[in-house]
Ligand binder design. Structure first.
Ligand SMILES: C=CC1=C(C)c2cc3[nH]c(cc4nc(cc5[nH]c(cc1n2)c(C)c5CCC(=O)O)C(CCC(=O)O)=C4C)c(C)c3C=C
Ligand code: FE2
Length: 449
């Protein structure tokens, strides 16, 4: 299988797909309050409304006869979960990038990636060139890319790690009284999103939570996967009628922030003088035009994410200096700055001697952590005068992190079938044109805190 079905142009203008997030683009956990009828003024309904359309279950009786308020609340939460789960078949769809599993996969994987109009954004008139261009770039890039994958064992570890995360999430949900099936849908390699969706249909899932495994939203990552999903949903009667919700980004969740802070804290102790270490956040870059012209919230979310992690570290008494830079640029256009390689050289010139690299845009080890950071940037740092180098591991299946993802899923369940609008102009337009959001389904807006 090469490129999944192309995304239709019309998707840039209307979308029946649902982004369940706050009006300021922040995620469910902080922005969503229980939905009441008053939250949906004047919106016509032509879909199944699910939980949001129903009267909230009266839990008042559950609060009688408990020795403490917290005991009552815990019991009520657990009862609410049972009510939410009921006879439903809950599914969680984890969206991820995918990676070549063998060296022979590298060129077709790259083709799939570059054939994506959310990765190479051609003006509308030139869209017919997308696939020939993808073919050309993938063939030209494949030898360099293959070298990289060869040096990390002959393929990407992404599928294995994502599968392990899916299983850990399933177990965590089960442990929280929410039995669910967890699916993996990759954008550019197996198991493709289309394959996951077929399985979801075969399993008869009735409520689906869509969770991209990217903490911060970018048009090029979560946006691309959601756009694909949208095109699959709109053509399928079963899916159109299935209740579902999306958690578009979750970088500000407490569990994620705390897990990242703990990983950093642990790595700092490995340096001779931990207080003197520069904490060096390195995020995967995107072309500057995504942010400046298409309104990609990626940079803003990344900066807020770094601030939150540093605040958490400060609470723990860790006040090291930090820097954020962007890595892995591809092609001739300008990408988000500062660039990781240039920043490393500058820090060396300024006399920084200890550097702790923190990969921040992805929650699995992958080629850019294992090769680019661990080999290329480490070498560059040592050449630039840095004496002590360290790298924070990716979160993978870290238990606090997985438990927090499970909480994110559970918190979104009352809103499965209910929808919210966020900064969809930025999130839906891949070509930078001004897009008016025209909902086809009812979209109650959840108030933000
Ligand atoms: C948040 C993470 C990512 C963003 C944003 C992103 C944007 C982006 N990427 C490319 C081009 C390539 N990416 C490649 C691999 C790759 N990208 C991410 C994550 C983000 N990409 C990951 C996790 C991986 C590695 C997967 C793995 O196999 O381990 C590659 C292939 C590798 C290579 O040849 O370097 C390319 C190419 C663009 C153009 C882009 C934004 C427009
Ligand atoms: Fe990438």
């Amino acid at each position: 299988m090469q490129a999944p079905a192309p995304v239709s142009d019309s998707l840039h203008h209307t979308s029946p797909f649902l982004l369940n997030c706050g009006s300021d683009g922040v995620n469910l956990s902080r922005t969503v309050k229980p939905c009441s009828a008053g939250d949906r003024p004047g919106i016509s309904v032509n879909c199944n409304l699910g939980w949001s359309s129903q009267t909230s279950p009266d839990l008042s009786q559950h609060f009688r006869g408990y020795s403490s308020a917290s005991e009552a609340v815990l019991t009520a939460q657990s009862d609410l979960r049972k009510l939410l789960v009921g006879n439903e078949k809950i599914g969680v769809l984890l969206l991820n990038l995918g990676g070549p599993e063998t060296l022979d996969d590298v060129q077709p994987f790259l083709f799939n990636l570059f054939a994506d109009p959310d990765i190479i954004r051609l003006p509308r008139l030139f869209r017919f060139l997308q696939k020939p261009l993808a073919k050309f770039i993938s063939v030209v890039r494949a030898p360099k890319s293959k070298e990289g994958y060869a040096s990390i064992g002959g393929g990407s570890p992404l599928r294995q790690i994502t599968d392990a995360q899916a299983e850990a999430l399933r177990e965590a949900l089960c442990g929280k009284d929410v039995p669910a099936k967890v699916y993996v849908g990759m954008r550019y390699w197996h198991p493709f999103t289309e394959e996951a969706i077929e399985q979801i249909k075969r399993d008869g899932i009735t409520k689906l939570v869509v969770l991209p495994l990217y903490p911060q939203f970018s048009i090029s990552t979560s946006g691309s996967s959601l756009r694909l999903l949208e095109s699959i949903f709109r053509e399928d009667e079963y899916l159109v009628n299935m209740q579902h919700t999306v958690i578009p980004s979750w970088y500000q969740r407490e569990g994620y922030i705390k897990s990242m802070a703990t990983l950093i804290e642990n790595e700092l102790t490995k340096f001779p003088v931990p207080q003197k270490v520069m904490i060096f956040f390195s995020a995967h870059g995107v072309p500057l035009a995504y942010v400046e012209e298409a309104g990609d919230p990626y940079k803003a979310e990344m900066e807020e994410c770094v601030d939150l992690i540093m605040e958490e570290l400060e609470k723990r008494g860790i006040t090291n200096p930090c820097t954020l830079a962007y890595q892995s640029r591809v092609g001739p256009v300008e990408w988000l700055k500062p660039y990781t390689d240039e920043t490393i050289i500058e820090l060396g010139q300024k006399g920084v001697k200890s550097l702790l690299a923190v990969p921040i845009s992805f929650v699995s080890e992958h080629i850019e952590t294992l090769e680019e950071i661990d080999v290329e940037y480490k070498e560059l740092a040592l050449e630039s005068g840095i004496k002590h180098w360290g790298r924070v591991p990716a979160l993978g299946c870290e238990p606090t992190f997985i438990s927090d993802l499970a909480d994110a899923v559970i918190e979104s369940l009352p809103y499965v079938g209910a929808m919210a609008v966020s900064n969809l102009e930025a999130r839906q337009s891949s070509d930078g044109t001004s897009v008016k959001w025209k909902p086809k389904l009812s979209l109650p807006v959840f108030p933000s805190y």
